[in-house]
Design a protein around this ligand. Structure first.
Ligand SMILES: [Zn+2]
Length: 327
């Protein structure tokens, strides 16, 4: 079962989340493998998308935000795009666009950062976005301070967290064909009580506090990929933090936990086609006799014949056209 475990270090400004995705992740892969147009992902892409999925669930569970969290990599190599969306109820979907053959041992940069122009974007899209309201988006490159290519997604995201949230974060991520998992450890800002020295310096280096975070982050960083993939949450937390005073929260699993869910629908695809315009839709119809649109996330096929299309555009005579956002 896919699950999220949150915990605090008692009395210390450090919190953590452990995510383990099984059914929610294998569903992503199974739908892709069943897609006759694309076929299954090459193993390195599968691992990258799995790590992204675990990371997106970690980030969604770590923020107080009512909306979708979208983690994207815009690649400059054979993987042009990789996308994961996680809804507030932890419904998730993921997809990657692969344009060329990928070696079984391909590194992160060989997939998405060949010319050091790859980018990683995190978007927070509010649930009930008002017209004209823009979603919040942060973008980071796939290189470090000396423009050296980063080969671990966790390094890219740690960089993002430090930049955008000004919070020290340690991430460990791993994925294979059965499991996508991740561990996040974060130093909490110390505001309010016990902060008589002044609010401005509240989140600056505070030796005593950083000591705790540094110790816990070092422990977290000893977690091996194999352990993260094969051990259950109890075993991982015990192995890493048995000397710490951990306060655990009720795990999120089952209906309230991470699960595969696609937000596509026939209605949304219709809106996208209406956005294309009647001339374009008619020309596809004339050429192929049918408009077929497949969802990249869940592989659902939507088909529209001449009757559907004329009905679609007759309805829009009364309503203004919708935007051409993805279905
Ligand atoms: Zn779909």
């Amino acid at each position: 079962m896919s699950e999220i475990h949150k915990f605090l270090f008692e009395g210390l400004p450090v919190r953590g989340v452990l995510v383990r995705l099984t059914d929610a992740w294998t569903e992503v892969l199974a739908r892709r493998a069943a897609n006759t147009m694309h076929g299954a992902y090459p193993p390195p892409v599968q691992n990258l998308l799995g790590e992204m999925t675990a990371a997106a669930v970690l980030m969604q569970s770590n923020i107080k935000f009512d909306g979708a969290l979208v983690l994207q990599i815009f690649g400059d190599g054979p993987v042009k795009l990789a996308v994961v969306e996680v809804q507030p109820d932890f419904g998730l979907r993921a997809t990657a666009t692969v344009n060329a053959a990928i070696d079984a041992t391909a590194s992160l940069s060989q997939m998405v950062n060949v010319g050091n122009a790859g980018r990683c974007a995190i978007t927070l899209d509010p649930q009930n976005r008002q017209p004209g309201q823009q979603p919040y988006q942060g973008v980071v490159p796939l290189f470090g301070d000396a423009r050296e290519k980063l080969e671990k997604l966790s390094d890219v995201l740690q960089h993002y967290m430090l930049q955008s949230e000004q919070l020290d974060t340690t991430l460990v991520l791993a994925a294979n064909q059965q499991v996508a998992a991740g561990l996040l450890i974060q130093r909490l800002p110390m505001l309010g009580s016990g902060n008589l020295a002044g609010a401005q310096t509240a989140n600056e280096d505070q030796i005593g506090i950083n000591e705790h975070y540094n110790r816990i982050a070092l422990l977290a960083a000893t977690l091996q990929r194999e352990e993260l993939l094969t051990l259950d949450a109890e075993a991982i937390l015990h192995r890493l933090f048995w000397e710490e005073d951990l306060r655990r929260f009720e795990p999120l699993q089952g209906a309230g936990g991470p699960h595969f869910s696609c937000t596509c629908s026939r209605e949304r695809v219709s809106k996208m086609l209406i956005g294309l315009g009647q001339d374009e839709a008619q020309s596809i119809l004339q050429e192929r006799g049918l408009i077929e649109v497949g969802c990249d996330f869940c592989s659902q096929q939507y088909r529209f014949d001449a009757v559907d299309v004329s009905h679609m555009f007759r309805q829009t005579d009364q309503t203004p056209p919708a935007s051409t956002a993805v279905q």
